[in-house]
Design a protein around this ligand. Structure first.
Ligand SMILES: [Mn+2]
Length: 251
């Protein structure tokens, strides 16, 4: 089959109602293929139930940094979200996580990565920068080109920053960050303190389309779901920071 429309989901982080709302929106709009760019379960929400849904869907899926971090909890206690997801998931679910690749080509000319090709902890389309009030800014085309050195593709899809965006590299691929299905804002210390915020609590995904001209385009889509229920689940599990991020999309 010639793939024309690809839906990209990423960074679900155990938010099952957000995932179900996104899957319903994809079904309504129509896609030839849905792919998943990682960070599937970690967080104070519904990791086991989300794993059960994702296993049944069997989407082309890559591992994010949180799959690695969750699995490392077998050796050493991890961060709260990874540890909770590790304890909640079944051995079979964790075996599935351990088998996920870091990179996939789900269709000709299409490459999936979580962060950067050489790092699942660094952003592709965003750059941590202490000069910015939020501590993070859009990456420049030159930065993105350098980060993608050696990647041959028409379309590169990624996640990790939870910030939906797209960049057309002149003479190169369209690069699309799908944003996050499950967590619209957070803060982090990697490469310097920064706050990611999208300004609304909606679940995000991307719908990419290859036009007859051979050029790719992408729609960055925001889907309403019951974010109050997700925030209440985070609160029940002791994560007041997640509850606030889920309700507001602001950190
Ligand atoms: Mn990540």
């Amino acid at each position: 089959m010639h793939i024309m429309r690809i839906a990209i989901v990423s960074d679900i982080h155990g938010n099952l109602p957000a995932l179900d709302a996104v899957l319903a929106d994809i079904a309504r709009r129509g896609a030839d293929l849905t792919v998943n760019c990682g960070d599937l379960l970690s967080g104070p929400l519904w990791p086991r139930e989300t794993a059960q849904r994702l296993l049944a869907l069997n989407l082309p899926t890559i591992a994010g940094n949180h799959e690695r971090q969750l699995l490392a909890c077998a050796q050493q206690r991890g961060g709260d979200g990874d540890q909770y997801a590790f304890e909640q998931t079944t051995a079979e679910q964790r075996e599935w996580l351990a088998a996920l690749p870091a990179r996939l080509q789900p269709a000709p000319g299409v490459v999936m990565i979580h962060g950067r090709p050489d790092s699942d902890l660094d952003y592709l389309l965003d750059t941590v920068d202490a000069a910015e009030p939020s501590g993070v800014r859009l990456a420049t085309p030159e930065e993105v080109r350098q980060r993608l050195a050696g990647i041959d593709a028409e379309l590169v899809v990624c996640g990790h920053s939870h910030h939906p965006g797209m960049m057309q590299l002149p003479g190169g691929p369209l690069v699309v960050n799908a944003g996050s299905v499950g967590l619209p804002a957070f803060d982090d210390d990697h490469r310097g303190y920064h706050r990611m915020r999208n300004g609304s609590p909606h679940a995000r995904y991307a719908l990419c389309q290859r036009e007859g001209s051979g050029r790719w385009t992408a729609a960055l889509i925001a889907v309403a779901y019951d974010w109050d229920a997700a925030a209440e689940q985070a609160q029940r599990n002791g994560a007041a920071d997640w509850a606030a991020w889920l309700r507001s999309g602001w950190a």
